[in-house]
Design a protein around this ligand. Structure first.
Ligand code: HEM
Length: 148
């Protein structure tokens, strides 16, 4: 199931070139997704669980060891909120700049997507809604993956 969702997200990525240069794309927000994620409170909880799981992840956890978890949670929550059409402002950096020196490859990216899927499962977010959020994030691979 997880792999299937990932395939869908990456397939949809190809169709969403328009998002490739931006960290957020409010105009593309799918109707109802913000509400389906539980609005601001639900997205905050998701960011919290997501980052806690990232920190413990055997493959990519080490890349987050010097990061302030509270700040990362806040940035991710803002980003997800804006992407899904919520009334938020994203104040973090561009995906390209933020991840530029991290040597991120496809396996790292896929690992992060899987952690996010599991965090969404843990929050009881329906599979169909998970895929809608993943479809918004998947195009960012063009800015984030720097090692091919
Ligand atoms: C769809 C995939 C991804 C998204 C949407 C994403 C999103 C973000 C966002 C919003 C921030 C905060 C930026 C800021 O506050 O200025 C961030 C920071 C960060 N990301 Fe990602 N990211 C993704 C993939 C990855 C991957 C694959 C890795 C490494 C395995 C990674 C490692 C990091 C690290 C270490 C930071 C903290 C940078 C710092 O505070 O110094 N990210 N990411």
């Amino acid at each position: 199931m997880q792999a299937f969702a990932l395939c869908i997200a990456l397939a949809l990525a190809g169709a969403q070139l328009v998002h490739a240069q931006t960290a957020v794309a409010p105009s593309a927000a799918p109707p109802g997704l913000y509400a389906a994620l539980g609005e601001k409170a639900g997205i905050d909880r998701l960011a919290d669980v997501f980052v806690e799981r990232l920190l413990r992840h055997p493959r990519i956890g080490p890349q987050f060891q010097d990061v302030k978890p509270a700040a990362l949670k806040q940035s991710l929550a803002e980003q997800f909120c804006v992407l899904t059409g919520g009334p938020c402002t994203y104040e973090g950096g561009s995906m390209r700049e933020v991840h530029a020196d991290m040597d991120i490859n496809k396996g790292d990216f896929n690992a992060l997507v899987e952690v996010l899927q599991r965090a969404m499962d843990a929050q009881g977010i329906p599979f169909s809604q998970q895929n809608r959020l993943l479809a918004l994030l998947a195009p960012m691979h063009r800015e984030i993956i720097t090692v091919h």
